[in-house]
Ligand binder design. Structure first.
Ligand code: ZN
Length: 186
């Protein structure tokens, strides 16, 4: 969290998260991970808490840098999933898994665990054995259930609300969408 505060990556305001929930706090991981030395250190720390595996996999874009650093620390290969034209998470670019290969899924931030869960399903469908999932930050307060053992370098109890129940919306405060997904057309 110190690394997040020092790099200005820990934002306060009114945000729409990638999960669609609203929150008064946002972690802009890209601002931490723009520093390769910090990314490498976080990757090493995360790698120390997950089992050895054949491959680390992450969802693009958010998981790319930290997943790559974890794979570097574990000495294994790194692949990523991305959404196809139908918004379905998939392995593209010729990435392949052999049946029975072991995998660990790495994300930057877990909020509901939705995208991590999608990556786990893609890997399992390809025949891999998913041993664990890890993230730099868990902002579900430890509640996100992914069906595999899970680790995070920091757990945050950050309030998040459905848009209809958001107290900041009720106060009329404009909402920001700081995530990586392209803005929806107006
Ligand atoms: Zn709101």
């Amino acid at each position: 969290m110190d690394a997040f505060r020092e790099t200005g990556a820990y934002l306060k305001g009114h945000f729409q998260l990638t999960s669609g929930l609203h929150s008064s706090e946002y972690l802009q991981c890209a601002l931490v991970l723009q520093h390769p030395q910090i990314a490498e250190r976080l990757g090493r720390e995360l790698a120390a808490h997950v089992p050895a595996c054949d491959v680390v996999a992450s969802p693009a874009l958010g998981g790319l840098i930290i997943g790559h650093e974890v794979a570097r620390a574990l000495g294994c290969r790194f692949i990523f999933t991305e959404r196809d034209a139908n918004r379905k998470m998939s392995l593209r670019r010729g990435f392949d898994l052999r049946r029975g290969e072991t995998a660990v899924v790495i994300e930057d931030v877990v909020t509901t665990g939705g995208s991590t869960r999608e990556v786990i399903e893609v890997l399992q469908a390809a025949g891999a054995r998913v041993l664990a999932a890890g993230s730099i930050i868990d902002r579900s307060g430890g509640r996100a259930d992914l069906g595999v053992p899970r680790v995070a370098l920091a757990t945050l109890e950050a309030a998040a609300w459905e848009p209809g129940e958001c107290p900041l919306c009720k106060q009329g405060i404009p909402v920001e969408k700081p995530g990586s997904r392209p803005a929806e057309p107006k």
